[in-house]
Design a protein around this ligand. Structure first.
Ligand code: SF4
Length: 413
């Protein structure tokens, strides 16, 4: 049995940060000053070609949320514990509040779970969130197998998550994020990302298989959220996300302009990823080489307030279909809880009993995480050929693989 080293209950308070850097003698270096950094003229000209920015580059504004990458290296304590073979609890959880959706997006990777309504019980979930925070969980994202805001208790759950000290995020299609709900939840969220996959109402209706009027409703909800955020001085990051498809290619720029006008902090443009269980096969052969150049046009819209995160690297990896690691190593750092309360090793293997750790409606999280089913599951090697490219832990797996299999000459930093 691993030594899991459970800590005492953390105090709710400012949004949880990363763990202490592991320096010899525990010397903690002071943080770098958070102010614009003036680049020398030649570098500034080069940088401005990349970032479409002015000579004075504020490096904090370049993908300041670190979306195009991973952040596990900012948790050296947990990584160190894992490297030395100690049992660890997850840093991050994805929780599906609803297995029901008001849209039927043509690229939906979760279509295989069906749309029969199922909602996670909020009483049990709140108790488990308190326990999870005590065990060391730092953040939770509500998303999952459907539209999370269809769960009528979503606001209560978000409130509770924040109250126990978790960083909370929401991925939604934004239709139900109306002003009254926005006022109830926005202050408790670190970020909200809205899936909006077109730049016009007509294309939106085709891609989301929804009413064209939902497009304007979502934009109006988000513009309200931006105004509300500003009026309250909130730090909640507001973002949109588009999965780049042949259907919406010509509307990326239009959506970016709308996102900026609505007061968003960012727009993410990302590639499709084929879930092996998904019924949809329509986009499985999609390629992105001819879209890389879009990045430069989009990045011209970037300024200190708005940023387009064009996930070119992720698109390149999708095109090349190459995994940079030999094993999945990241599972101990995250957890996935579905709308039925089942805890899975990975959302890719929903429904596969070999990856089912337990159910939060029947037992506490600690018993599940330290239980026999999970230990048996982790001993089993995941066959990577069964996994989707660009899965949620792809970057994390690359990082952990490198830690376990460092190249030569690592000391020449
Ligand atoms: S899909 Fe990704 S996270 Fe899931 S088991 Fe495969 S490699 Fe690991």
């Amino acid at each position: 049995m691993h030594n899991f080293g459970v800590r005492s209950t953390p105090k709710p308070g400012p949004r949880s940060g990363t763990e202490e850097p592991l320096c010899p003698g525990n010397a903690v270096l002071p943080p770098a000053p958070a102010r614009p950094y003036a680049l020398p003229a030649k570098r500034a000209r080069l940088a401005s070609r990349w970032h479409g920015s002015r000579d004075l580059i504020d490096l904090n504004q370049v993908d300041k949320f670190g979306i195009d990458g991973h952040k596990l290296h900012l948790h050296p304590g947990r990584v160190e514990a894992w490297l030395s073979g100690r049992g660890i609890y997850p840093i991050y959880a994805e929780i599906a509040l609803a297995r029901a959706c008001n849209h039927r997006c043509v690229f939906c990777s979760m279509d295989f779970v069906g749309y029969a309504p199922l909602f996670l019980d909020d009483g049990v979930l709140r108790a488990r969130l308190t326990e999870l925070r005590r065990l060391g969980l730092k953040s939770v994202m509500y998303a999952g197998e459907g539209e999370p805001l269809l769960n009528r208790q979503a606001a209560r759950i978000i409130r509770h998550s924040r109250r126990v000290g978790l960083d909370v995020a929401l991925t939604t299609n934004g239709v139900l994020l109306r002003p009254d709900l926005c006022r109830r939840i926005l202050a408790d969220l670190s970020w909200v990302k809205v899936s909006i996959n077109a730049g016009t109402a007509a294309t939106y209706a085709r891609v989301h298989r929804a009413k064209p009027a939902d497009f304007d409703a979502v934009l109006s909800n988000l513009a309200y959220a931006a105004r509300y955020k500003k009026s309250r001085g909130l730090k909640t990051a507001l973002g949109m996300q588009m999965v780049l498809l042949p259907e919406n290619r010509r509307e990326v720029l239009a959506l970016a302009r709308r996102a900026k006008a609505a007061g968003m902090d960012y727009l993410v443009v990302k590639p499709y990823s084929q879930h092996p269980l998904s019924r949809t096969r329509r986009f499985q052969d999609i390629r992105y080489e001819r879209d890389y150049a879009l990045a430069e046009r989009l990045e011209r819209l970037n300024d200190g307030r708005f940023h387009v995160v064009f996930r070119r690297e992720t698109m390149r990896r999708w095109d090349e279909k190459a995994k940079g690691y030999g094993r999945c190593l990241g599972l101990p750092f995250w957890t996935y809880i579905d709308a039925a309360g089942d805890v899975w090793g990975c959302s890719r293997f929903l429904g596969d009993k070999d990856f089912l750790y337990g159910n939060i409606l029947k037992s506490g999280f600690r018993a599940i995480w330290e239980g026999r089913a999970r230990r048996r599951s982790l001993r089993r090697e995941v066959e990577l050929r069964r996994c989707n490219f660009n899965c949620r832990l792809d970057e994390i797996n690359r990082y952990l693989w490198l830690l376990k299999h460092p190249p030569e000459h690592v000391n020449f930093i």
